[in-house]
Design a protein around this ligand. Structure first.
Ligand SMILES: *[C@@H]1O[C@H](CO)[C@@H](O)[C@H](O)[C@H]1NC(C)=O
Ligand SMILES: *[C@@H]1O[C@H](CO)[C@@H](O)[C@H](O)[C@H]1NC(C)=O
Ligand SMILES: *[C@@H]1O[C@H](CO)[C@@H](O)[C@H](O)[C@H]1NC(C)=O
Ligand SMILES: *[C@@H]1O[C@H](CO)[C@@H](O)[C@H](O)[C@H]1NC(C)=O
Ligand SMILES: [Ca+2]
Length: 343
């Protein structure tokens, strides 16, 4: 402010002097002023005035220049400020957009949680999928509560909460190789083994868990470390009266030919119960409990052979469609979840 007033005063003075100079025929150009004049004899006062005038005019010009550059600078600064504020505004708009999007999502999640709670609290914890919808999303051992209505006891299960969105109840696992699967009907009915290691969940339990429309996922690993799978969109067992007959449909997978299809619609057999479709006793030949036909296209409950021995017998853990009848797999996991499960 102070400076502007000073400049204005100078300008007023300058203009006055310029007018005065013009009226006395003075030359504004300081270069010309430098040259000696022929009329030097003229009165001293006039000369002094002219010099002053010349000085003031050059000062003025300088001031003008300064003003102009300052003005240009100011304009630039203002433009810059405007640009920045526009950027700022854009950023604020963007942030606001993100915020409302997050808010939206939070609301949706809250809504979903509320719905999930009201939806599942009315239902029993039935399997790993219902645990998953109750926000138990870590794979591991869980205890399903007893089902009073069905008269079934509580059940230890292993939940796979990661594969393809989780919610899987594991019904069979082979990976350690110390647990024998060459067992009788009663043991296959109840289940055996260690839930964190090798086990069969039990035909009664599998029957119970597959009363709702169920997907079966079989994961297999060979001794070269390759992993393949076979999946069935429909999987159920009949009850014990109907010999736990297998029903599968809707195959997909990458483990070669579907090697469970051959066992579709066959009864379960164990070493003490020959329900197969063969003159032989397949359960005794293949040393496991399974839905033996005549006898196998797969034998996931067969003998566990270690690395180096896994190419010998035909009673190993086989899946013909991938490694044929003489290659026993390193790891198998069979797991189920309801068809209507949404991760
Ligand atoms: C005019 O300016 C010159 C140099 O800029 C200075 O030496 C001189 O004293 C000034 N004259 C007056 C009258 O202000
Ligand atoms: C399967 O079991 C049921 C009842 O347990 C029986 O009626 C049926 O004949 C059996 N089927 C075969 C092929 O053995
Ligand atoms: C198993 O048999 C049923 C009918 O008995 C059939 O609908 C289903 O597609 C079969 N499953 C497979 C995998 O072929
Ligand atoms: C598998 O092993 C059996 C008996 O050990 C043998 O007869 C058969 O030729 C083998 N099959 C293949 C494909 O290696
Ligand atoms: Ca037989």
């Amino acid at each position: 402010m102070m400076r502007q007033t000073a400049v204005l005063n100078m300008l007023t003075l300058g203009v006055t002097l310029v007018l005065l100079g013009q009226s006395t025929g003075a030359q504004r150009d300081p270069r010309r002023r430098a040259a000696p004049t022929s009329k030097a004899a003229c009165c001293e006062d006039m000369r002094a005035l002219k010099v002053q005038l010349a000085n003031v005019s050059s000062l003025l010009e300088e001031l003008w220049r300064k003003q102009e550059t300052e003005a240009r600078g100011l304009t630039r600064q203002m433009l810059e400020l405007e640009r920045r504020s526009q950027n700022q505004e854009a950023r604020v708009t963007e942030a606001e957009g993100k915020y409302s999007e997050i808010n939206n999502r939070v609301e949706i999640m809250q809504l979903q949680t509320a719905q999930a709670v009201t939806h599942t609290s009315a239902e029993a914890i039935y399997d790993c999928a219902s645990l998953y919808t109750r926000n138990y999303k870590i794979s591991g051992q869980y205890k399903l509560p007893a089902d009073e209505f069905m008269g079934t006891p509580e059940l230890e299960v292993y939940c796979d909460m990661e594969t393809n969105g989780g919610g899987w109840t594991v019904i069979q696992r082979r990976k350690v190789g110390l647990t024998s699967f060459d067992r009788d009907w009663k043991q296959y009915k109840r289940g055996f083994g260690a839930i964190r290691g090798d086990f069969w969940l039990g035909n009664d339990n599998i029957f119970r868990l597959t009363r709702q429309p169920t997907v079966l996922h079989i994961e297999m690993e060979d001794w070269e470390g390759e992993v393949r799978y076979a999946q069935y969109q429909h999987f159920t067992l009949s009850n014990e009266l109907n010999s736990y007959r297998l029903h599968i449909a809707g195959y997909s997978g990458n483990a070669g030919q579907d090697s469970l299809r051959y066992h579709n619609n066959t009864n379960f057999s164990a070493k003490d119960k020959d329900n197969d479709k063969c003159v032989d006793n397949c359960a005794q030949l293949r040393k496991g409990g399974y839905w033996y036909n005549c006898c196998t296209d797969s034998n996931l409950n067969g003998v566990y052979y270690r690395y180096g021995e896994h190419r010998t017998g035909t009673d190993g853990i086989t899946w013909y469609g991938w490694h044929g009848p003489n290659y026993s797999l390193k790891r198998v996991e069979m797991k189920i979840r309801p068809q209507n499960f949404r991760p």
